[in-house]
Design a protein around this ligand. Structure first.
Ligand code: CA2
Length: 148
């Protein structure tokens, strides 16, 4: 099972700033993630929270609930949260960081991520397709690990 975890303000996708984040909503994104999971034969569960502690609790619980990989868009916490980084480093299943936008082409305060160094990799700037790339990558990785 792959967990797609979206952080603060991603519930506003498609409702504000469409020129930056596009017109598709969070529920459109989640439906697409389920579809990408079906294509590669992996069950996808989706969660979103605006609260740092809730995100950390979900990461702590993930492995015990059968999650084998995480696709994480930490939202603005990317640039601020040592606590979220520690949760990924210490407890989370292998994690791919995803950003809808190219954070390196935006304001300088978005150029640094506390999460990147503890993730398998980062996808930024591919819009919602970045989630599909991350799901496919994790599914392939799980398959090759499963084959041992
Ligand atoms: O590009 C991304 O996916 C971000 O993680 C989005 C965050 C931003 O703080 C990061 O720097 C990059 C913002 C979350 C989305 O916020 C929205 C606000 C209004 C409308 C839609 C989304």
């Amino acid at each position: 099972m792959i967990l797609v975890l979206n952080g603060p303000n991603l519930n506003l996708l498609g409702q504000r700033e469409p020129e930056v984040y596009g017109t598709q909503t969070l529920s459109d994104l989640e439906a697409r993630c389920h579809g990408w999971g079906e294509e590669v034969g992996v069950r996808v569960v989706c969660r979103q929270s605006n609260h740092e502690g809730v995100l950390i609790d979900l990461l702590h619980a993930a492995a015990g609930e059968g999650v084998r990989g995480v696709v994480l868009n930490p939202g603005g916490l990317t640039h601020t949260s040592v606590a979220l980084r520690d949760a990924v480093a210490g407890t989370a299943p292998p994690t791919v960081e995803v950003h809808v936008t190219n954070i390196y082409a935006r304001e300088p305060f978005r150029h640094h991520s506390y999460l990147s160094a503890v993730c398998l990799g980062t996808v930024a700037g591919l819009g919602l397709n970045g989630y599909g790339a991350a799901i496919r990558f994790l599914a392939e990785r799980l398959e090759s690990k499963g084959r041992g």
